[in-house]
Design a protein around this ligand. Structure first.
Ligand code: DQA
Length: 143
C-alpha cells in the first residue's frame, strides 16, 4: 500500500524559513525519515510538495487510484481552501492533517482549518515529528 505525503506552499523552505517556528530540519530530512518508517512497515511513501493549490488538488485526485492514505500539511491553504477540502472529500482513504507549529497558539487567522472536517486526525505543534507520528497512526490502521 502507498501513502502520499503532501506538503503545501512554502514548506519547500523548511529549515530555512522562520526556523524559530518550524525548526532546522529540511523537507528532505522529513521525507527520508518518513520513507524509512513506511518501508520498515511494508508501505511505500510517495512524498510531494507544491506551492500551487491546483497541483495539490491534482495530487489528491491521483491518490484516489494510488494511495490508501494521505498525510497532508496544506500550509496556508489549510485556512483558505474549500477546493482542497472538496478534493479530500472525494478521496476514500485515511487523511491525517499535520501542522508543524501549534496553529492555535498563533494568529487567529490560523485557528480555522477547512481540512480538519475531512481529517481522521489532526496534529499541530509536534514540530516535524508530527509527520512521523501521523505516519505511525497510518501504519497501525492499515495493519
Ligand atoms: C503550517 C501552519 C500554517 O498556518 C502556515 O501557513 C504554514 C505551516 C504548519 O505546519 O505549522 O505554512 O501548516
Amino acid at each position: 500500500k502507498t501513502v502520499f505525503l503532501i506538503n503545501g506552499p512554502n514548506l519547500n523552505l523548511l529549515g530555512k524559513r522562520e526556523p524559530e517556528i518550524y525548526g532546522a530540519d529540511t523537507l528532505e530530512d522529513v521525507k527520508e525519515r518518513c520513507a524509512a518508517l513506511a518501508t520498515g512497515a511494508g508501505l511505500t511513501l510517495d512524498a510531494m510538495q507544491s506551492n500551487h493549490e491546483g497541483e495539490i488538488i491534482d495530487m489528491i485526485h491521483r491518490a484516489r487510484d494510488e494511495a490508501a492514505a494521505i498525510v497532508i500539511n496544506p500550509g496556508a491553504f489549510t485556512h483558505t481552501s474549500i477546493a482542497i477540502f472538496d478534493a479530500l472529500q472525494a478521496f476514500d482513504g485515511l487523511v491525517f492533517e499535520v501542522h508543524i507549529s501549534n496553529v492555535h497558539k498563533r494568529e487567529a487567522f490560523r485557528h480555522h482549518s477547512y481540512v480538519s472536517a475531512r481529517a481522521d486526525g489532526v496534529l499541530a505543534g509536534f514540530g516535524v515529528e508530527g509527520y512521523e507520528l501521523a505516519l505511525r497512526r497510518v501504519i497501525s490502521l492499515l495493519g
